[in-house]
Design a protein around this ligand. Sequence first.
Ligand code: ADP
Ligand code: 5GP
Length: 202
Amino acid sequence: MIRKKQRGQLIVLSGPSGVGKSTVISELLGERPDIYFSVSFTTRKPRVGEADGINYNFVSQETFEAMIERGEFLEHARYVDHYYGTSLRLIEEKLAAGIDVLLDIEVQGAAKVREKCPNAVLIFIIPPSFEELSRRLHGRNTDDEEVIEGRLKKAREEYKEIPHYDFLVVNDKVSAAAAEIAAILTAEGCRTKYRLNLVEGV
Ligand code: ADP
Ligand code: 5GP
């Protein structure tokens, strides 16, 4: 009999703003509805089409700072003038119930997760080129030129962290990127350390 995994897998997905993380995550969750997507807290304003509690929990700076004080975040970071953070309680409940949890977080937060949760799997996603990243940021039509410039500059800094990630995925075609992530997760779940309970005689 195949026993259910004791604890869920923590999955971290990072990549420059505009690379297509949200798009790829939607595609992945369509195929893998068993994965729980962690909705982060942020102090940035919602973009057109974003909803509170779905894309983010949108909170004020005061609320966010009070949450930091109370130790409510697994990790938090400042990214281009705003706070972003992952609720420890929400994800811990899911992991303890054996549910895999996906975080879409930037590189400083990912480094903290790696430190605190050594079994987390870290995936970095890049566009085919910086030119294409710029096209996607402009095409999304949600940020003004100054914000886009800031994010493109930030992308070059974030690339320096790529060697610390376990896997690298190029988001050329959304379906192919989502399929690669699904394959990574399948392989990760097959690690011997998670399957020793299936072996008879040990
Ligand atoms: P992120 O969550 O990384 O900031 P989004 O998912 O919002 O990025 O995607 C940014 C823009 O790029 C959106 O307009 C989206 O439709 C587009 N996009 C995402 N993936 C691709 C792709 N593989 N090819 C072309 N455009 C893409
Ligand atoms: P955006 O404003 O484009 O939605 O997100 C900006 C950046 O913040 C992205 O790189 C995204 O991955 C990151 N981010 C979103 N939520 C969190 C979080 O909870 N913690 C951290 N550290 N980064 C986050």
